[in-house]
Write a protein that binds this ligand. Structure first.
Ligand SMILES: O=c1ccn([C@@H]2O[C@H](COP(=O)(O)O)[C@@H](O)[C@H]2O)c(=O)[nH]1
Length: 236
C-alpha cells in the first residue's frame, strides 16, 4: 500500500543503529524517510539501500551543488540507489539544474528531482550577508521559477512561502517543506517555521520533520500527535 501521509521523517541520527531503532517502529505506509548529510556521511549508501529494500520511500537529501557535470554524475549515482526523491541547490543555476534533470531522466528509477531554494534556517540578514538582496520570499519565488523552467519536479522551501508559490507554479509542482514545528516545540536553528496543520493548509505537498519527532522523549507519540492533528484538520 502506498504512503498517503505527507510526513517525511528526517533521520538525522549519528549512526545506522539509532536510525534503524526508529525505522523498526514505523512502516512504509505510515511515513516516508529522509536521509541527510549526517547519516549518509556516517553510514554511506548501504543504509539507503537497506531502507529501499524495506520498501520505504526515501528522500536522499544531499543537496548537490557543484559544476553541472559533477552534479549530473552525483544525481545519476543517487538515482541508482532506488530512492524516491533527490535534491540539488537551485543556486547552482540553470545549467546545473538542467544537467541534473537530464541525468535523472536517463536513470532507471527516475526519482523526483527537487531544488532547494533558500534554506529554512536563513532570514533576511543571513541572505544579505551572502550578497542576496531582498527578503526570503522574493528569493524563493525567483529560485522556484528557475527550478520549474529547468524542468525540476518541485522545490524545498519554507511553509511560509507555500501559499504564494501555489499561485505561481503548476498544480503538480511539489512543495517540500522543512521548518515544521508543532505548537510549543523548539525552533532550534530554523527561522521560517509553521505548524504541520498550517503548512498543509497553505498547500505543502510534504512536511519534512526531524527533531520534533526524533528528539522527542517518545518519538512514536510525537509522530502520533502530528498525524492526529493533520487528520483532525482534514475532518473539520
Ligand atoms: O531548507 C532546508 C532544507 C533541508 N532541511 C533539512 O530538513 C530537516 C529538518 O529537520 P528539523 O529537525 O525538523 O529542523 C533537516 O534534516 C535539514 O537538513 C531544512 O531544515 N531546511
Amino acid at each position: 500500500m502506498a504512503c498517503t501521509s505527507p510526513v517525511i521523517v528526517a533521520l538525522d541520527y549519528a549512526n545506522a543503529r539509532d536510525a534503524l531503532a526508529f525505522v523498526d517502529k514505523v512502516s512504509p505506509e505510515r511515513c516516508r524517510l529522509k536521509v541527510g548529510k549526517e547519516l549518509f556521511t556516517a553510514e554511506g549508501p548501504e543504509l539507503v539501500r537497506e531502507l529501499v529494500r524495506r520498501d520505504f520511500d526515501v528522500f536522499l537529501d544531499l543537496k548537490f551543488h557543484d559544476i553541472p557535470n559533477t552534479v549530473a554524475k552525483a544525481c545519476a549515482a543517487a538515482a541508482d540507489l532506488g530512492v524516491w526523491m533527490i535534491n540539488v541547490h537551485t543556486l547552482g543555476g540553470s545549467k546545473m539544474l538542467q544537467a541534473a534533470r537530464e541525468a535523472v531522466a536517463g536513470s532507471a528509477s527516475q526519482p523526483l528531482l527537487i531544488g532547494v531554494t533558500i534554506l529554512t534556517s536563513m532570514g533576511s540578514a543571513d541572505l544579505h550577508e551572502v550578497g542576496l538582496p531582498g527578503e526570503p520570499m522574493e528569493n524563493v519565488e525567483r529560485l522556484a521559477a528557475l527550478a520549474a523552467q529547468s524542468g525540476l519536479d518541485g522545490v524545498v522551501c519554507s511553509p511560509q512561502e507555500v501559499s504564494r508559490l501555489r499561485q505561481q507554479l503548476p498544480e503538480n509542482f511539489q512543495l517540500v517543506t522543512p521548518g515544521i514545528r508543532p505548537a510549543g516545540s523548539a525552533g532550534g536553528d530554523q527561522t521560517r517555521i509553521m505548524t504541520p496543520v498550517d503548512a498543509m493548509t497553505a498547500g505543502s505537498s510534504y512536511l519534512v520533520i526531524g527533531r520534533p519527532i526524533t528528539q522527542a522523549d517518545d518519538p512514536m507519540q510525537a509522530l502520533d500527535e502530528i498525524e492526529q492533528s493533520l487528520q483532525l484538520a482534514v475532518s473539520s
